[in-house]
Design a binder for this molecule. Sequence first.
Ligand SMILES: NC(=O)c1ccc[n+]([C@@H]2O[C@H](COP(=O)([O-])OP(=O)(O)OC[C@H]3O[C@@H](n4cnc5c(N)ncnc54)[C@H](OP(=O)(O)O)[C@@H]3O)[C@@H](O)[C@H]2O)c1
Length: 344
Amino acid sequence: MKANVIKSFGGFDTFEYQEIEKPSPRPDHVLVKVLATGVNLLDHYIREGSIVPELPFPHILGADAAGEVAELGDGVNSFKVGERVMVVPGFPGNKEELDIRPTVTAPSFGLPGLHISGTYTQYMEVPVYAIIRDETGLTVEESATLPVALGTAVHAVKGIGEVKAGHKVLIHSGASGSGAIQIQVAKALGAQVATTVRSDKKAEFAKSVGADLVINTHHDDFVNKVQEWTDGTGVDVVIDNLAGNVLPKSIEAAKATGIIVAFGFAAGPEVTFDIRSIFFSQKNLRGSMASDIEDLTWGLEQVKAGKIKPVLDKAFPLSQAGKVHELVSNSKVVGKHVLLPWAE
Ligand SMILES: NC(=O)c1ccc[n+]([C@@H]2O[C@H](COP(=O)([O-])OP(=O)(O)OC[C@H]3O[C@@H](n4cnc5c(N)ncnc54)[C@H](OP(=O)(O)O)[C@@H]3O)[C@@H](O)[C@H]2O)c1
């Protein structure tokens, strides 16, 4: 079978598209035929070596897989060969830890493409509890945009951010893979959403996925705009996937006692802020990482109900992973790009 592997950390040309041995499913495991795999900014960070100092090379990146069940290991009778599935983007390797919440705190938690072998391949073997039936009716390309973005959006917005009907919420990068889905999750919960972008094209897109207020930060200061939008009180919740020099302003944009969810660091991992901006007004700065299977299940119910739509930008053959990483690392993506392991 074909996979696009990395044999060391490095640039966009580090990938080697090659033949590797096809795994056989062990007892209580399934072999998933990967029909499409989403590309996340995290994959780029891992490839360049800025997430972990070591990996067991050769390594397969990727956390988002949509496909079908290809083979069943002994003892698996809850799925049939040929059923459409998604791979859960993060699960414990030890079955005894399946009930630990949040899942990410399970000692044996593994994220495909980071702790365990990933999705940039034609087949992957996973425990049967790490697949979820795909009953969305979407194309495989669309489905592959969802597991990471949707699961983590539900975890951050509904779970950690506690967004409720009537809230006013600020979600950064409304045209990003994460932001575009977070907007839809907040809207599905009945909130009003303000979002930031840095171009008119992305502003249009953010509006199209449901943002009530779109702020182009090249023209406007988002703190001022959000203060105007909330009559000077600030928003109930901020979901911040940027960090860097943006997070201190996200704290400013939140109301007293509001919640700021630290979700990512697309604008840089180092943040400096005055601690008084948090405790004088009793604001809550919280981290959100990965998702639980309940998050993805709830999100997929919203997809089936038509409340959340996938945000597919373009699909490329798997052999072009390097090119796609370059596009994603330069923010040349609206929503998500996917790779197709079976396309030439
Ligand atoms: N916590 C979790 O579980 C979780 C899950 C998924 C992703 N993440 C993290 O969330 C972040 C975004 O991921 P993603 O997959 O959504 O990435 P993405 O689709 O590549 O989008 C990143 C966006 O960041 C914006 N951006 C980049 N540099 C910026 C800067 N200096 N200032 C302002 N905006 C900037 C760009 O938007 P514009 O071009 O419109 O400005 C770009 O669209 C990453 O750090 C990722 O690791 C976390």
